[in-house]
Structures are given as C-alpha cells and as structure tokens.
Write a protein that binds this ligand. Structure first.
Ligand SMILES: Cc1cc2nc3c(=O)[nH]c(=O)nc-3n(C[C@H](O)[C@H](O)[C@H](O)COP(=O)(O)OP(=O)(O)OC[C@H]3O[C@@H](n4cnc5c(N)ncnc54)[C@H](O)[C@@H]3O)c2cc1C
Length: 397
C-alpha cells in the first residue's frame, strides 16, 4: 500500500477546501487535498453549483496570499450598496426601503460577487500551478487515526497519508468530524432556498437587495451582464413545501410568482439559469479542533444564506489557520487551541445574528411584520447604529 507523508491533508475539495489547499500550498507547506466528487467547473454542466458568493472585504487578503484573488478579480462584480426592502404589507410591494452604502464605512465596496462554479474553475487552475499541492479528485477520506505526532488517514483509492495537520473541509456531514466524535448543534427552520440567475431591464447599479415579506428573504445579488442584459443571482428562501411547489411550476407561472415576490424591483425578471434547491439550517460543531485536526467551513458551521456570511466565515477560519501556522509547530496543541479560542466564539456570535435575522424574515403574522418594518426604520435612522451594523456585517469588527 502506498503511504505518503505531508504537512497538511485537506479532506474536502469544495470551495473552502480548494481555497485552503491553495493557501497552505502558497505558504510553502506540502498539501494533499482529496474529494470524492470531482469539481464541476462550467456553469452549463450537469451538477454545476449555480450559487454565487459575495466575498466581503476581510476575505480578500487570504485569497490574495493564496494567489487566488488575481484570478478572481477580473470576473468579480463589486457590491457598493446593500438595500433592505420590507414588502410585508397587505400587497407584496416595497413599503420600506433602506440603503446601506459601503462609502459610509469604507473607501471600498462591501464585497465582490462571483459564481461558485467559476470559483471552482479558478481554484483548480491555481492548484495546478502549485508544485506543493497534490489535488486528488475522485478520492475520499475513509478512516482517520490521530496520534501526538501525526494523523494517519486512509483514502478510498487504497493509499494512506500521514499528515502533521488534517483540515476537515468536508462539508456539513463531515466524515472527519464524525471520526473524531465531535457533535453538532443543529437548528432546522423547515425552510429551503432556491438559487438561480435572472436578467432584468433595469441596471442593478451594484446594489445587492434583500426583499422581506414572509418565508425568508428574496435576495438579488449583482452579476456581470448576461447576453447583453443586466443580471443578478437570486436566493429565494421559503418554507420547504412552498419551494417544492415553486419548483414544480411551469416557467411562465414561476416567472409570475418570482416577479410578485421581487416587488417589481429592477423591472420584469427573466429566469436565466436552472433552479437549484438548498436545505436551510444553522449548525455549529461543539468544537473546531481535535488531535492534529482543525475543522473549517461547513464541517464546523452552517448558516442560512443571509448577509453573505457562510463562506466568508470559512475564509475567516482559513485566515486564522494560516496566521497561526508555523513550520515548527504545525498541528500541535498550542496553535490548535489558539484556533479554537479565536474562531469558535466569533462563529457562535455570527450564527446567532443570522438566526435572528432569518426568524424575523420568516414571520407570517401581519402585526409582527409591521413591527419588523418599524424596527428596521428605527435602526436605520440612528446613524451610529446603522454604521455599526454595517461594520459588523462586513466583518470589519
Ligand atoms: C443558496 C446559498 C447561497 C449562499 N451564498 C453565499 C454568499 O453569498 N456568501 C457566502 O459567504 N456564503 C454563501 N453561502 C454559503 C456557501 O455557499 C457555503 O459556505 C460553501 O459553499 C460551503 O463550502 P464548503 O466547502 O464548506 O462545503 P461543500 O461545498 O459542501 O464542500 C464539502 C466537500 O467535501 C466533500 N466530501 C464529502 N465527503 C468527503 C470525504 N469522505 N472525503 C473527502 N471529501 C469529502 C464533498 O464532496 C464536498 O465537495 C451560500 C449558501 C447557500 C445554500
């Protein structure tokens, strides 16, 4: 049986695992990254991830250091304004509209939006450039045994690897987390999200818009033009049965429902991609470390897609892992404990914030929806509170 020794074994080659492989590889560590599902790197291919990711400001330095940002920037759509719309009245029309402008808190945009399939394409291309990284698509982590000095990982192709550090980036059902016996706390909302792209007649002017009525937010995030028309990525959250109903509608009926729910913003929306469905939960691992192991991304935390927190928290994990890594002490208890102290409370705080926002957005009862609109008005009218919320949302504090 073939056995290889590396500095870092990354279990999972989703967006987070690929970014981690590039970051550790660019920092000079030897890396093996495994994933049973080869990445889909074209938007038209079956199984393509049609979600988009809005990278917030604090996520950029780790992508730059990994040599990823230079590849992404030409395709990225800057997000200058975050618009919150309450359409919770009797009719589904915008009754409260507030703009949170990045220029109030920074000389830069809030973030930059990119399709997930394109992230995979560029991340895989970057790994090809790095002699330190051995990316093995089609190979799964099968078994893990950790000791004081190293971790031993058995892979599905019959080979095995000894690593000084194992990074678990293998998703919300993380096999590495399970092998370590680390539990999770999961909150279910009975909600799902539809993710797809739309074109529209009115330009988006780099405004990311969340429309709240009931069931969850309807979010439009700017993308580059598609076939000469302004284009946005949509995440539409509703109760599970409602998403199933929407998904089964004819294209015409779906267009009608989507345009009603978008409150007419940006004009008549035309569906410009397939629909994909994502279950919505909040989940946090009881701890983010085990012997010789760090959990990151959805292996450690899952949030509803509100405020672009999910992958940005994952890049916060990666930033901490890279900051704390040292060739002398890689994978030892000191840096792993520091990682746990730095990330777990921060993640818990963000999960609680997104959970509260999601519950507010789901509200059905009219009086509560009216109270929600009043709260939004009150928060917005206090400039220091407004700026503080923006900084918190971006992750600037
Ligand atoms: C609708 C929607 C919109 C979103 N929008 C945003 C946004 O705008 N901004 C943002 O920051 N976040 C956003 N998120 C969150 C973001 O998409 C996720 O955080 C991110 O995609 C998860 O990445 P991941 O790599 O942790 O997990 P995954 O993509 O699930 O990757 C895990 C990988 O592990 C692999 N794996 C499984 N088993 C094994 C094994 N045995 N061995 C090795 N590998 C294994 C899987 O094949 C998979 O490729 C959104 C989420 C949703 C649902």
């Amino acid at each position: 049986m073939q056995k290889t020794a590396v500095d870092v074994l990354i279990s999972g080659g989703g967006v987070a695992g690929l970014a981690a492989a590039a970051a550790f590889g660019a920092a000079g560590y030897s890396v093996i990254c495994v994933d049973p599902a080869p990445p889909v790197t074209s938007g038209d291919a079956p199984g393509a991830d049609l979600r988009t990711t809005a990278f917030l400001q604090p996520s950029i330095p780790v992508l730059q250091a990994a040599g990823l940002w230079a590849r992404l920037e030409p395709h990225a759509m800057p997000l200058q304004v975050m618009r919150i719309v309450d359409a919770g009245g009797v009719e589904p029309v915008a009754r409260v509209v507030h703009d949170f402008d990045a220029s109030d808190v920074s000389a830069q945009p809030f973030g930059w939006n990119l399709p997930n399939w394109l992230l995979r394409r560029e991340f895989v291309a970057r790994l090809d450039e790095l002699p330190t990284v051995d990316f093995r698509p089609g190979v799964a982590t099968k078994r893990l045994l950790t000791r004081d000095r190293e971790a031993l990982v058995w892979l599905s192709d019959g080979s095995s690897v000894t690593a000084r550090l194992v990074v678990a980036a293998d998703g919300r059902h993380s096999p590495v987390r399970k092998a370590l016996g680390i539990g999770v706390k999961t909150t279910r909302y009975g909600q799902k999200a539809l993710a797809f792209a739309v074109t529209h007649p009115d330009p988006h002017n780099n405004v990311s818009t969340e429309v709240h009525r009931s069931g969850g937010p309807f979010t439009l995030v700017p993308l580059p033009d598609h076939q000469g028309k302004p284009c946005s990525a949509v995440v539409w959250m509703e109760t599970g049965p409602e998403v199933d109903r929407l998904k089964s509608l004819s294209r015409e009926d779906f267009a009608q429902a989507m345009n009603e729910r978008s409150a007419g913003l940006f004009g008549w929306l035309e569906q410009a991609s397939a629909l994909t469905v994502w279950p919505i939960i909040t989940q946090q691992a009881e701890r983010m470390i085990g012997q010789r192991t760090a959990l990151m991304a959805e292996a450690a935390h899952v949030v509803p897609p509100i405020g672009a927190q999910g992958l940005n928290m994952s890049l916060g994990d990666l930033t901490a892992l890279i900051d704390l890594a040292n060739p002398e002490t890689l994978g030892e208890p000191g840096p792993l404990d520091a990682y746990q102290r730095r990330r777990w409370p921060e993640v818990a705080l963000r999960l609680a914030g997104v959970d509260a926002l999601n519950r507010a957005s789901m509200i059905e009862a009219r009086p509560l929806r009216d109270a929600r609109a009043a709260t939004l008005n009150a928060l917005y009218s206090l400039a220091p509170v407004r700026k503080g919320l923006m900084q918190l949302g971006i992750g600037m504090r």
